[in-house]
Design a protein around this ligand. Structure first.
Ligand code: RFL
Ligand code: PHB
Length: 398
């Protein structure tokens, strides 16, 4: 016997997509229940994104979680490209008519959304097992799951699949209804979080013969750094000393001299992938965020794409309940995918420009490196090219 629960929107996954959707629906009086397989602490322990586009910031404000973000987030008006031993600034604000990004960790976004949900008394079931979605080709979809030893059935009008790349929602769609596009890159990112002041005020993206490096941050006293590594590497092979030496070697002499090192408080390796599943709606099941698409992190677009999906989805569902209109629901997939493909293109391009590729790749080896240097030189000398880059980095409108 299972216990039946009823809601308007069943949300699978309490990552940023699911929590943000829940918050926007709650603002409009639409009832939603979130089902998450992990614990709150586990969700909060995942160190991921750091850069929020202005559109994402505005959406978080609308969801009622803008206060701490404005207090503690670091507005960035530009970033630096490093190559040939020198740094070149990309003036985001000047090139885009005043737009900028905010550095604020995904962990903090998640924490703010969780706190808001708790304050409003909204229901999230953490630690759910055997989560399964059913009947989404009908108007009566269901989610079944086990929670603390008891079986539950959640009946809803719609299911939002916000359960990330490895989730159950996309995997439940019949293969013939889906087209999958995928590229796996032949390297990974080794990331380190350390309680040290960031090497510079702005982010540094470095193209170096030894491989890509990125200097980012979470605050004035917390740094986040990445180096391109081999896919076969494991974290144990990377002592803190080895990491700092490698990062220093990939920076310009001035930044290398400035780098403050310290013990790592988190260290992990992430593979890089471009992935898009089409379409993003199947009857009463909608996919949003990493459940539908993955971009390599070079362009800082993953979380921001999750936010634009959630904007389209929340608008569509609110219109459905408030105006009895199915227009937003019918257009959901096409509207999301138009933006997803543009961000995927930018992320792929920036990844291709900044990383060292093997000799075996089409544009790899020494000639590939030379071509990258030529493109980077062109980029920092051409206002048109820099504007294109800045426009994409701050985020296309949604
Ligand atoms: P998430 O965050 O993966 O959350 C999905 C949630 O669903 C749960 N789940 C299930 N729940 C119930 N039943 C099941 N069967 C379930 N299966 C899974 C999971 O436990 C999880 O809680 O997806 P979401 O919400 O779509 O959010 C996407 C973002 O997390 C992701 O796009 C970004 O982190 C990507 N990303 C970046 N994005 C940016 O916009 N800017 C950045 O600077 C940036 N940097 C990054 C990144 C991702 C990285 N990694 C590790 C991939 C840097 C890195 C290193
Ligand atoms: C991060 O701070 O984790 C970060 C920043 C920019 C990126 C990717 C990750 O492009």
């Amino acid at each position: 016997m299972s216990t039946t629960i009823r809601t308007q929107v069943a949300i699978v996954g309490a990552g940023p997509s699911g929590l943000l959707l829940g918050a926007l629906l709650a603002q409009a009086g639409v009832d939603a229940v979130i089902i998450e397989q992990r614990s709150p602490d586990y969700v909060l322990s995942r160190i991921r994104a750091g850069v929020l586009e202005q559109g994402t910031v505005e959406l978080l404000e609308r969801a009622g979680v803008g206060q701490r973000l404005h207090r503690e987030g670091l507005p960035h008006e530009g970033f630096e490209l490093c190559f040939g031993g020198q740094r070149h600034r990309i003036d985001l604000q000047g090139l885009t008519g005043g737009k900028r990004v905010v550095v604020y960790g995904q962990t903090e976004v998640t924490r703010d959304l969780m706190d808001e949900r708790r304050k409003r008394g909204l229901v999230t079931h953490y630690g759910c097992e055997d989560v399964a979605v059913h009947d989404f080709d009908s108007a009566h979809p269901r989610v079944t799951f086990d929670h603390e030893g008891a079986a539950f059935e959640l009946r809803a009008d719609f299911i939002a699949g916000c359960d990330g790349f490895h989730g159950v929602c996309r995997a439940s769609v019949p293969a013939k209804a889906l087209t999958l596009h995928e590229r796996v890159y032949p390297f990974g990112w080794l990331g380190v979080l350390s309680r040290t002041p960031p090497v510079a005020e702005e982010l540094i993206y470095s193209n170096h013969e030894r491989g890509f490096a990125l200097c980012s941050m979470r605050s004035h006293s917390l740094s986040r750094y990445y180096v391109q590594c081999s896919l076969s590497d494991c974290v144990d092979q990377w002592s803190d000393d080895r990491f700092w030496d490698e990062l220093r070697a990939r920076l310009d002499p001035a930044a290398a001299a400035q780098l403050v090192t310290g013990p790592s408080i988190e260290k992990s390796i992430a593979p890089l992938r471009s992935f898009v599943a089409e379409p993003m709606r199947f009857g009463s099941l909608f996919l949003a965020g990493d459940a539908a698409h993955i971009v390599p992190p070079t362009g800082a677009k993953g979380l921001n794409l999750a936010a634009s999906d959630v904007h389209y989805l929340s608008t569509a569902l609110i219109e459905h309940y408030r105006d009895h209109s199915s227009a937003g629901i019918d257009d959901y997939s096409a509207r999301c995918l138009a933006r997803v493909w543009k961000a995927s293109r930018f992320s792929w391009w920036f990844t291709s420009l900044m990383h060292r590729f093997e000799q075996t790749e089409l544009s790899g080896g020494p000639i590939g490196f030379k071509l990258q240097q030529a493109e980077l030189e062109y980029l920092v000398q051409s206002p048109a090219a820099m504007t294109t880059m800045a426009e994409n980095y701050v985020g296309l409108p949604f």
